[in-house]
Design a protein around this ligand. Structure first.
Ligand code: TXA
Ligand code: MG
Length: 330
């Protein structure tokens, strides 16, 4: 059931559901989360079950403010503190050493915990009300079935989990791709997942160079979002340069069928077969991130079998979108 975030009675209902150990579709500025009380093992188990996600894949725990971090983290390195003060509330998740007795199930049994303070006003309102009732953290993976495209609207969440799930409608997500994840448990900041907050911003924010997980020669923590194939629509995704798709379309001529194209430039009139669905890709990375999952879902809903996507530029601001597209195409 979708309930309105602009109705205080409904917001209260959402808070009560969480505090009672129920699941909630929660809006954040990145994507919608499938939320539950992070300290309630039974509630957390419902998340893994609903998503079909392996229970050893850790979930992000959402907190109302940096002040709640010590409920879950046993220590916070200086550089992590700097990142929190600059980017929270916002689309940044920090992996920190976990207090042994806290949120073990949500952390998938690892000795670290992923923490994030989201900036969506409704998410903050819900988290603050939960904290006031002693629920310090809300575990929430993206509200999609395991391996599928993340939801950026309440309707998307309902498509994934059906009418039974309580979903707080907070409108369309502003950012559109999941948070940047920085592992802060290894002495140096390690970028686990690129997002809207760029590599450059992180490095400037903490005064340290980001290390890539491969450079560390240790086993990376389990992270679903870092599996090679993830964020995948049902249709097959292919990344192509602008020259490649133009040539391929011309070769197909009027015979295109069940084909969708997301590209900056509109296909020429001659190459626009009747069976082609085209959507404009914004030339600005922030806007493209905002549209990305919605476009993939729309193509899927229209039953296309193949999606061609113009390869985004190799510039830093596109890193988050490039990452999701590569996984969608894998
Ligand atoms: O923007 C977001 O981060 C959204 C919204 C709802 O906050 N959440 C999200 O959650 O994307 P999820 O579960 O779909 O992706 C979280 C990623 C996963 O790849 C998970 O494995 C990783 O974070 N993660 C969480 N805790 C971790 C930990 N302790 N160590 C390593 N990776 C962790
Ligand atoms: Mg996810």
């Amino acid at each position: 059931m979708i309930i309105s975030g602009s109705n205080p009675v409904h917001v209260q209902q959402a808070v009560e559901a969480l505090c009672a150990g129920e699941l909630l579709g929660l809006p954040t500025e990145t994507v919608y989360g499938l939320a539950a009380d992070a300290s309630n093992q039974t509630a957390v188990a419902k998340i893994f079950k609903a998503k079909g996600r392996p229970s050893n894949h850790p979930l992000i725990v959402h907190v109302a403010s940096a002040g709640s971090v010590h409920q879950f983290a046993s220590s916070v390195p200086d550089f992590a503190q700097k990142l929190m003060s600059q980017f929270w509330p916002g689309p940044l998740t920090l992996i920190l050493p976990r207090r042994e007795e806290m949120a073990a199930a949500a952390a998938g049994g690892q000795n670290s915990v992923g923490l994030r303070c989201p900036s969506h006003p409704l998410a903050l309102e819900v988290l603050k009300a939960c904290a006031a009732k002693g629920v310090w953290g809300v575990a929430a993976p993206s509200a999609n079935l395991f391996g599928r495209v993340s939801p950026t609207s309440a309707a998307h969440v309902q498509t994934e989990f059906g009418p039974e799930l309580l979903i707080l409608d907070g409108g369309e997500c502003e950012v559109g791709i999941e948070s940047t994840i920085v592992d802060c448990t290894r002495g140096v900041p390690v970028l686990l997942r690129p997002g809207q907050i760029s590599r450059t911003q992180i490095e400037q924010g903490c005064g340290l160079k980001l290390v890539s997980p491969e450079a560390l020669h240790t086993q990376a923590p389990r992270a679903s979002g870092t599996l090679e194939s993830h964020y995948a629509p049902t249709a097959k995704v292919r990344l192509m340069s602008s020259a490649e798709w133009q040539k391929a379309l011309l070769a197909l001529g009027p015979h295109t069928q069940n084909l969708a194209l997301w590209s900056v430039q509109k296909p020429s009139h001659e190459s626009m077969g009747a069976g082609l669905i085209w959507r404009a890709m914004p030339s600005n990375a922030t806007q493209a991130a905002h549209d990305l999952f919605n476009v993939l879902r729309n193509f899927d809903a229209r039953g296309v079998r193949t999606i061609w996507i113009e390869t985004p530029p190799e510039t830093p601001e596109w890193e988050g979108v490039r990452d999701r597209l590569n996984r969608a195409a894998a």
